[in-house]
Design a binder for this molecule. Structure first.
Ligand SMILES: [Zn+2]
Ligand SMILES: [Zn+2]
Length: 359
């Protein structure tokens, strides 16, 4: 069977005709399989939704009880028969509950990886390599300039700054689903045991991570604190909040931003970021190329991000490769950072990002 008869890009998203479902649809559909809770992948309004328990819970937290007609939780590795295909979900290492979706029809296996990373993350299950015939990869950081290094070293920079400026508050801009919790967990691993403060927009998801057994230490709302009490502390906030009036409640704040984009110094400068922290929840160039090779797939479909460079790399390795024109997906860091850098229209938390393809 030809792979394009199993999965095909249509305006609503990746469509599996023989299985009767879409993966991460950007428009309401009858049956949706969702890779993870970020708002550009997990939208409200579908008939039936199949996802991991965590992804379903996050959708419920963001959109309310009635975000879908019916829901079904799937465990990693559990086989589910849908029409003529078998699907299984496997850890993607991106955020808590994130999954790659494997679709098998007859003897052809396609893996739609969603967003993924192969770097260590104490807040979610590690990326699992799934051998396949066709691998659908993202390309958010699909250029050789993107090499992210060790996130633990970036957190050490943050702690060094806190030590150096005990009279100042540290505000760390971080995407509120995944990145924020990962930064907190890395701070704890580095031995930081003081309370960590949260912007209101961080609270629901962060407390949910704790409920699911991810140890994040003592957390406190930043709300209601006196200015002087926040000297020497660390607060996590959505990136857009670190440049608005909200920061006035903090003493002489040091503004940090945890994002893979912080590898690009101009972006940090433009956004007025004093302390850029290169921490990404997406695979970097080395991660993408190593993963593609390791899947053993002979055919690679490349979606959201820097498709061309990655397609070129695949072809140079003798793999069949093509960009998939899927619209409506963005990078979570970039969408929340847009408010900081003024580069693009800011998209609100939990709001659909609009079906425009980024340049
Ligand atoms: Zn994502
Ligand atoms: Zn994405």
């Amino acid at each position: 069977m030809r792979p394009q008869d199993i999965l095909m890009p249509v305006p609503a998203g990746l469509c599996c005709k023989p299985g009767g479902f879409h993966i991460d649809p950007v428009r309401p559909v009858e049956r949706a399989l969702i890779t993870h809770g970020h708002s550009d992948h997990a939208r409200a309004g579908h008939g039936a939704v199949l996802a991991t328990q965590e992804t379903l819970d996050m959708m419920r937290l963001r959109y309310g009880e009635n975000f879908a007609g019916t829901t079904q939780a799937v465990a990693y590795g559990e086989e589910i028969r849908l029409g003529d295909v078998t699907v299984t979900f496997h850890p993607a290492g991106h955020v808590l509950g994130s999954a790659q979706i494997s679709v098998t029809c007859k003897d052809t296996r396609i893996v739609a990886s969603g967003d993924y990373k192969d770097a260590r993350d104490p807040t979610c299950a590690p990326f699992e390599l799934v051998p396949c015939d066709v691998f659908i990869t993202e390309a958010t950081f699909g250029l050789p300039v993107f090499r992210h290094g060790d996130a633990a070293d970036e957190v050490k920079k943050l702690l060094a700054s806190v030590k150096l400026f005990p009279e100042r508050a540290h505000l760390v801009g971080a995407y509120s689903l995944g990145k924020a919790q990962r930064v907190i967990a890395l701070l704890r691993e580095a031995g930081y045991d003081a309370p960590i403060y949260l912007h209101g927009a961080m609270e629901k998801i962060t407390y949910y991570y704790q409920e699911r057994g991810i140890p994040l230490g003592e957390l406190r709302p930043a709300r209601g604190m006196k200015k002087a009490e926040l000297a020497g502390t660390i607060t996590l906030a959505p990136p857009s909040a670190t440049s608005d009036v909200w920061t006035r409640r903090f003493p002489d704040p040091v503004t940090a931003f945890a994002s893979g984009w912080m590898r690009v110094r101009a972006r940090a400068r433009q956004g007025g970021i004093e302390l850029p922290l290169v921490i990404s929840d997406h695979a970097d160039w080395d991660g993408l190329t190593a993963t593609i090779a390791a899947t053993g797939a002979g055919e690679i479909w490349v979606t959201h991000g820097q498709e061309d460079a990655l397609v070129h790399w695949c072809k140079s390795k003798g793999l069949a490769a093509r960009p998939l024109d899927l619209v409506g997906y963005g990078d979570e860091d970039e969408s929340e950072a847009a408010a900081v850098t003024g580069e693009a229209e800011p998209t609100g938390e939990g709001q659909p990002v609009g079906e425009t393809k980024k340049p």
